[in-house]
Design a protein around this ligand. Structure first.
Ligand code: G1P
Length: 293
């Protein structure tokens, strides 16, 4: 069984649900407390042993490439001023040479199409997909848990989590068949993208973390548009289930969807409270503010 070495991060979206904040910066670069959202997702991937990250970008996303690269003027200035701690934190964001690729999704045709754009860089091996709208607080990281499970069962995995009924229609939802030997792994009968709540097969949403076999690319290539008129990854995964093993994986941890303004606020506060250095000071600040207002 080939190991999971590559991760695809689709970062081409416009961030319409958080406009105007995302008018001039990529939504993935919006800070979530002390670092851009994308940093949490890249750290999650690296913790899982990912060696190569494929960013699927679009127009106006140059800041993401710059962020993961050296910034010589900044580093030289920090060095001259002996601001060693900040310098170290700044340099730590640089990905190893050759460990990142950037491919363009030229038209916003959907998540499935974005993943298809990474096909040549991924090649013929299993790969992970991490949606940067979703931050997952977990130890070990959500993808690290998935890679461990993958090394035991192989095939394809999607992370799932319970979702309240009123939000079901915003997600991909799985149709569970039976729990596997390990009750975190669930066999599935199907999955459906953004179902109306009345016909949703369960309350288990697809969380935005996937381990997929490369055969999905051939299906994505001829995938007809689905929900929202977009080429949906869920639809091609559903077709792949006919030929390959597919498990839903209940990870241990908490996911935060930064997809709209209030969810973003929730993610921001959660990450502040969980911050190893500043968490307790952040809690005190929030409590102080709540008393004041
Ligand atoms: C995408 C996927 C969906 C998944 C969701 C997780 O939807 O298509 O299956 O449940 O991410 O956040 P989007 O949020 O891009 O509409």
């Amino acid at each position: 069984m080939k190991p999971v070495r590559k991760a695809v991060l689709p970062v081409a979206g416009f961030g319409t649900r958080v406009l105007p904040a995302t008018k001039a910066i990529p939504k993935e670069m919006m800070p979530v407390f002390d670092r851009p959202a994308i940093q949490y997702v890249v750290d999650e991937a690296l913790e899982a042993g990912i060696e190569h990250i494929v960013f699927v970008t679009g127009r106006n996303k140059g800041a993401i490439e710059d962020y993961f690269d050296h910034a010589y003027e900044l580093e030289t200035t920090l060095e001259a001023k002996k601001k060693t701690d900040i310098l170290e934190e700044t340099v730590a964001t640089v990905l190893p040479a050759g460990a990142a690729s950037f491919v363009r999704q030229q038209k916003p045709l959907g998540l499935g199409h974005a993943v298809l754009c990474a096909r040549d860089v991924v090649g013929d091996e299993p790969f992970a997909v991490l949606l940067p709208d979703v931050l997952v607080s977990a130890k070990p990281s959500c993808l690290a848990q998935m890679v461990k499970a993958y090394n035991e069962v192989g095939g394809n995995l999607v992370a799932v989590d319970e979702v309240p009924a009123e939000r079901v229609s915003s997600y991909g939802v799985i149709d569970p068949a039976e729990a596997g030997a390990d009750d975190r792994l669930i066999r599935m009968k199907g999955m459906v993208e953004k179902p109306p709540v009345e016909s949703a097969p369960s309350r288990l949403k697809i969380t935005g973390r996937y381990i997929l076999q490369p055969e999905v690319f051939a299906l994505l290539e001829n995938q007809t548009p689905g929900a929202g008129g977009e080429i949906q990854l869920t639809d091609s995964m559903e077709r792949l289930m006919a030929d390959q093993d597919f498990h839903a994986f209940k990870f241990e941890g908490q996911d935060y969807d930064c997809g709209d303004k209030l969810l973003y606020l929730e993610a921001f506060v959660a990450m502040a409270l969980e911050n190893p250095k500043l968490g307790s000071a952040a809690r005190a600040k929030i409590e102080e503010l709540l008393k004041k207002l």
